[in-house]
Design a protein around this ligand. Structure first.
Ligand SMILES: Nc1ncnc2c1ncn2[C@@H]1O[C@H](COP(=O)(O)OP(=O)(O)OP(=O)(O)O)[C@@H](O)[C@H]1O
Ligand SMILES: [Mg+2]
Length: 527
């Protein structure tokens, strides 16, 4: 029978401690089951699992140990650091929702977590050390990874004692520093869970309230109110300055409403009156010249039971406002040129950065429509009214940017943050997002200094030497030529400021391809 003693020994550090301990143990006929040495400052701490027999006199053994030179302290311990690490790792692995299975180079199970055990039908059993061929659900694909193969998101179906499992499996070999394969690991993602997740993580372009960053009373009040009315059919109007997140609010209300239909945004300022009308209401075949032969559904129809978001509603021409009012009253639309009445089931959300009440007074907006749409007004507060949200937003934007730009984790220097807090943010969150993006691109260090925080006019100044405007030239040179000259100037300045074309494109707020096309167009003119 074996008998073990776990010990912690603290020495004053010197050369040869490990050898001294090892030779003493061998003289005492005691094996080393585990040995770890940790040197800190002038101390050497040894963790030891001594393995003797049932006849080992541990008291005598400890007395012998105490004779070792420079030993300051001996104590028995319950768990070795290695055991603690293994336990911590196991707890971490078990709390993950994906199955994780790791094997060594012989195909023996080296690590397995709770979910993988459940999927493979070996809950509660100790399978570490068992060859995977001996498991009920042999995993040949994973074994193949030991030859250097890997696989990504392979659909697997398993019927295990715990039920039927459908999951996406990804496996790859594990290599040591010399590149030799020392094992393989497989991650299993439960498809049911993935499906659930895909409904929580709204479809791309659709947001939820959890995407709205900020803890200020002004924002939380607005969110609480919006959440309250989200599930009703009420018309909602969102008012706020440019860049305060009006569209984000509208999209989050739609997501929260659980409506069975799309979120359809339309910007009333972006289209001329007649086009806006045909977009909104649709038309029947042959309604006007240039119309599609079979007619076209309007956005009220397209939105179905979803949400129609009328952005910049203040820009809607008065005649269309009258039509809009009728739709809201009768809950029906008629396509242009048609007579059939189509029921409107879509929820209407409007947004504006104009003071509609003032516009009503000036007769620029219909009073009756104003009262129809302003039943539940939501005020998207400007950033200067919620300074406390700035640091949270910065962190949020940096997190996303850093993973997108594949940069090291960046944060702001205190002076840079102070600079942000002093600024009045006329462009609100959109402006803050742009400022942070520019800073993250320009700064090479993980600490962004205030010189990279370019606010308002500083952006223009950073790109120095705006081309001079010569009024004589203005009269003689066609506008497109002038615009080209300015464009060339800014592109070449951006190229000088940044280290790559990709960075320059981001700096200019255009796509990489758009920049490449311009470089091709201007060619050698650009230095
Ligand atoms: N609370 C927030 N948390 C995180 N991002 C936000 C928040 N509010 C707005 N944003 C982001 O700021 C940008 C501007 O938001 P959005 O387009 O919704 O503003 P807007 O009020 O509709 O602006 P505009 O009046 O110019 O149309 C978007 O990129 C949006 O994702
Ligand atoms: Mg908007």
């Amino acid at each position: 029978m074996k008998s073990n003693l776990k010990l912690q020994l603290i020495f004053t550090d010197r050369v040869g401690i490990a050898a001294d301990v090892a030779s003493l143990l061998s003289r005492q006929g005691v094996n080393i089951a585990f040995f770890e040495m940790d040197v800190r400052a002038d101390q050497a701490i040894i963790y030891l699992d001594a393995e003797g027999s049932q006849d080992t006199d541990w008291e005598f053994f400890l007395d012998q140990l105490r004779t070792l030179a420079d030993l300051k302290e001996v104590s028995t311990i319950e768990t070795l650091p290695q055991e603690e690490r293994a336990k911590r790792l196991q707890v971490a692995l078990d709390s993950i929702g994906d199955g994780i299975l790791g094997i060594d180079s012989q195909g023996n199970v080296a690590i397995i977590n709770r979910v993988a055990k459940h999927i493979l039908g070996c809950d509660g059993r100790e399978v570490t050390g068992t060859n995977i061929r001996e498991l009920d659900q042999a995993d040949q694909r994973l074994e193949k990874c030991l030859t250097g193969e890997s696989f990504t998101n392979v659909k697997k179906n398993l019927i295990a004692p715990g039920g039927r499992f459908q999951f996406l499996a990804t496996g790859k070999p594990i290599r040591d520093a010399a590149g030799r394969i020392v094992g393989a690991v497989e991650i299993m993602k439960d498809m049911e869970e993935l499906k659930e997740l895909s409904t929580v993580v709204a479809p791309s372009g659709q947001f939820s309230f959890s995407d709205m960053i900020g803890r200020s009373p002004a924002l939380t009040e607005a969110i609480t109110f919006a959440q309250k009315i989200a599930r009703t059919d009420a018309v909602v109007s969102i008012y706020g300055e440019s860049g305060t997140g009006k569209e984000l609010f509208a999209s989050a209300i739609h997501t929260e409403s659980g409506r069975n239909g799309p979120f359809v945004p339309i910007n009333c300022a972006a289209l001329p009156e007649n086009l806006l009308e045909s977009e909104l209401f649709g038309y029947v075949g042959g309604a006007f010249s240039g119309a599609q032969k079979d007619g076209k559904a309007g956005l009220f129809e397209v939105a179905g039971k979803g949400t129609l978001f009328l952005d910049e509603i203040a820009e809607m021409p008065l005649p269309l406002q009258a039509k809009m009012l009728r739709v809201l009253q009768e809950k029906k639309v008629r396509r242009i040129g048609g007579s059939k009445e189509i029921p409107v089931n879509a929820r209407i959300i409007t947004a504006t950065n104009k003071n509609l009440a003032e516009m009503v007074e000036k007769k620029l907006f219909r009073e009756d429509l104003y009262y129809r749409i302003c039943v539940f007004p939501i005020y998207a507060p400007p950033l200067r009214e919620r300074q406390e949200d700035i640091s949270l937003l910065v962190e949020h934007f940096l997190f996303h940017l850093n993973s997108r730009l594949e940069k090291n984790w960046q944060s702001l220097a205190p002076e840079a943050m102070e600079k942000l807090l002093r600024y009045p943010w006329p462009g609100n969150i959109r402006e803050l997002k742009n400022v942070i993006e520019r800073a993250a691109i320009l700064s090479d260090s993980p600490r962004i200094e205030s010189e990279y925080i370019l606010l308002g006019k500083e952006v223009g100044r950073a790109i120095q030497g705006t081309p001079e405007i010569d009024t004589g030239e203005l009269a003689t040179t066609p506008l497109p030529t002038l615009i080209e000259r300015w464009e060339k100037h800014y592109i070449s300045a951006a190229l000088k400021q940044t280290r790559s074309k990709r960075q320059a494109a981001r700096f200019l707020g255009i796509t990489h391809t758009a920049l490449i096309n311009r470089l091709k167009k201007y060619g050698p003119d650009l230095d």
